[in-house]
Design a protein around this ligand. Structure first.
Ligand code: FES
Length: 112
């Protein structure tokens, strides 16, 4: 088990996202954290329609309006705070949440 340092809390600004990678078993998995209406969120970078990344590797998760997260491939729209897909081919499904830990102003992820 190892700890992955994601970012300091200040680095995770409103409407911004930061990606990180971790291993689960043999697999490399990508996650992202962000802030929406002051609150932090952390999800696996996996769409619930087809298990591919939500972004195109460009760290674009928010819509242009900044009020939702969006899958770049087919446009599924997710609530940033709950991860629930409200529109698109996987409506009703939710992003996989990740548990992150804050310690002394730094956000960490603990691998299994
Ligand atoms: S792969 Fe994300 S909406 Fe289709």
């Amino acid at each position: 088990m190892s700890r992955i340092r994601i970012a300091t809390l200040e680095e995770i600004e409103e409407g911004k996202t930061i990606k990180f990678s971790f291993t689960r078993g043999e697999r490399l998995v990508e996650g992202f954290v962000g802030r929406f209406k002051g609150k932090l969120f952390a999800y696996e970078n996996t769409c619930r329609h087809i298990p591919i990344s939500l972004d195109y590797g460009d760290n674009r998760f928010f819509t242009n309006q900044g009020d939702a997260l969006m899958c770049q491939t087919h446009g599924a729209v997710y609530e940033p705070d709950t991860g629930l897909c409200t529109r698109g081919p996987c409506a009703g499904a939710s992003l996989f949440p990740l548990e992150v830990v804050e310690e002394d102003g730094v956000l960490w992820f603990e691998e299994d």
